[in-house]
Ligand binder design. Sequence first.
Ligand SMILES: *Cc1c(COP(=O)(O)O)cnc(C)c1O
Length: 355
Amino acid sequence: MKNPRVEIDLTKIENNADKIVMLAEQKGLKVWGVSKGTNADLEVAKAMLAGGVVGLADSRIYNLKKLSDLGVPLMLLRTPMITEVEEVVSLTEISLNSELEVIKKLNQAAQRVDKIHKIILMIDLGDRREGVLSKDVIPMVKQIKRLNSIKLVGLGTNLACFRGVLPNQDNMTKLITLVHNIRETFNLKLEIISGGNSSSLPLLLKNEYTPLTNQLRIGETILLGREVPSGKKFSLTSLDTFKLVAELIEVKEKPTARTGEEGKNAFGETPTINDKGIRKRGILAVGRQDIITEGLISLDPRVKIEGASSDHLIVDLSEIKDIQVGDQLSFRLNYGSLLQAMTSEHIRKIYQKEE
Ligand SMILES: *Cc1c(COP(=O)(O)O)cnc(C)c1O
């Protein structure tokens, strides 16, 4: 098999989705599968759907175009660029929004093709990424209600992405209070309360917790089986979903200290060097063009990652006796590394599925 490659276990991804969908269902929540971590890989998206997600959500139109072949409901997660409103209206059933100017443009685009476009208004509950501040919500809804081709179907929030604010009873109560206010003030149904991403899942495991929301948008815990933000295994899911395999192109006993003057590396960084004497060093044929080095977790604990340049990943192999050029090493990936590996054209994607 050619290298480097990512081996993708579709059965495990489907099982992860299934476990999460069941857990959410018990608590009255619908789950949308978030595909952006895989560059909207179609096989992975199909595995999510087989696991029971109600639709697919992605932040990029490029990805949603690919997904549109599957004929399932699609959601745009990132507030649209004004230059893409036509595509948003034609490709997606629903989009998340936080800017009135953009919503007006969506309205015009929908009007031109005689469609009604549904939106969820995003509320910033403290994470300080996208969203309208609570105090600005009512005046904004008043404006949105005037737009004939836009239907405001819910409120949503996104937490744990920028400032690391986690979902809890307190910020969810704030969201619900806003929903009630809007329902009363404007006589709107506002049926969707979109509570968040993978970081909401640990709360659902608590028996005494009754969610106030009714929709989740889940990527990482389905794809990688990990809790957000801790990165620990989530109790219901498997971690063995994606595996990066790379090949050794050099194995030599080498000094770890450099000879020559200190300087910056190709990425403008000044490396700190921990002189460990002469070590068995390996170079894998993969690099920062394809992965985020810090996001790789070696499946063999004796392999220590030393660093990488664009096309070379340097590992310390001193603890391994028989290892040579041509051997392959395997790694698990964190979300950032997965995103980059799945986007890299230089990495093959190999699918595995139990029959
Ligand atoms: C990426 C994203 C998600 C999914 O987050 P995960 O942590 O991968 O579950 C959900 N909502 C929005 C708005 C996103 O951008």
